[in-house]
Design a protein around this ligand. Structure first.
Ligand code: NAP
Length: 262
């Protein structure tokens, strides 16, 4: 497959899920462009992957909360022969909305929503030209969970869910693949780096990032458009999708519900 030869871009490749994606895609023979803010981590990953897998690895130190850094990466994606993009970089953990500044909220939205949207847009433009490509967007179980201490995070992951599902409809029947990966709790630096303890979820609810990424790639290889590695019975997702369809249909009655009529 053409995607196996092309450049793979992984955002948030300096730790956790993104670092495992980088490793697994290198093992599959992809040359890589790895993106994050911590240059030392990126350099360490690069050295390891080059020596273990003999692939070409380029690093880009970029803060995707900064519009200019996002534009720079979009330009790289437009110029290079990118055939695989993993939109993984993301942050949460701000706390209650009343306790944080509007600028903090804006930065999270810039990273979790705006960067992911612009990078998807840039990659898909190249994919259309080459009639091939794989876009993987990392969502979260929090897309489905309102949370008093994670309002913007939960909202941002709902955006990733609906944005990615809608893109899948746009590209249905085309050779371009778009996968939504929805992790439950994953044991990464996500919690410690944001001053949170892993104890916010029961210890037995966590997967290792390797388990998550290996399952996500297995789902991709199997042709899945939505992969939820820790959901033991996939019927739960099918039922939710069916309920959403019925819900939308129910809102199109063209009438005001009796309970609101005086
Ligand atoms: P992580 O280990 O903290 O990794 C986050 C990655 O994003 C790091 O490489 C970090 O690199 C990068 N990043 C953060 N802010 C950035 C910025 N402003 N610009 C560029 N890169 C930035 O956490 P993770 O668990 O692997 O998270 C990866 C994705 O999984 C996120 O989208 C997260 O929402 C999602 N997720 C995680 C969990 C979980 O339980 N861990 C559950 C559901 C979904 P630098 O700090 O070097 O920039």
């Amino acid at each position: 497959m053409g995607e196996e030869q092309g450049l793979a871009v992984v955002t948030g490749a300096s730790s956790g899920i993104g670092a495992v994606y980088a490793e697994r895609l290198a093992a599959r023979g992809h040359p890589l462009l790895l993106v994050a803010r911590r240059s030392d981590r990126l350099a360490g990953t690069k050295d390891r992957l080059v020596s273990n897998y003999r692939v070409e690895v380029t690093t880009l130190v970029a803060d995707l909360e900064q519009p200019s850094d996002v534009s720079g990466l979009e330009a790289r994606i437009a110029a290079d022969d990118v055939t695989f993009l993993v939109n993984n970089a993301g942050a949460g953990g701000l706390g209650r909305t009343g306790d944080i500044t509007a600028d903090q909220l804006q930065r999270m939205i810039q990273l979790n929503i705006t960067a992911l949207t612009r990078l998807s847009h840039a990659a898909l433009a190249g994919f259309r030209k080459r009639e091939a490509g794989i876009l993987v967007n990392i969502g979260s179980m929090m897309a489905h969970a309102a949370a008093a201490s994670a309002a913007a995070y939960s909202g941002s992951k709902s955006y990733v869910l609906n944005f990615t599902r809608s893109l899948q409809l746009e590209y249905a029947g085309s050779p371009i693949r778009i996968q939504l990966v929805m992790p439950g709790p994953i044991r990464t630096e996500f919690f410690s780096s944001q001053g949170l303890g892993e104890s916010i979820f029961p210890p037995e609810s966590y997967l290792a990032p390797e388990e998550l990424v290996d399952a996500a790639l297995a789902g991709l290889d199997a042709g899945e458009s939505v992969t939820i590695p820790s959901m033991l019975d996939e019927q739960a997702w099918t039922a939710l999708e069916a309920a959403r369809t019925e819900f939308v249909k129910a809102m199109m009655s063209g009438k005001v519900a009796v309970r609101y009529q005086s």
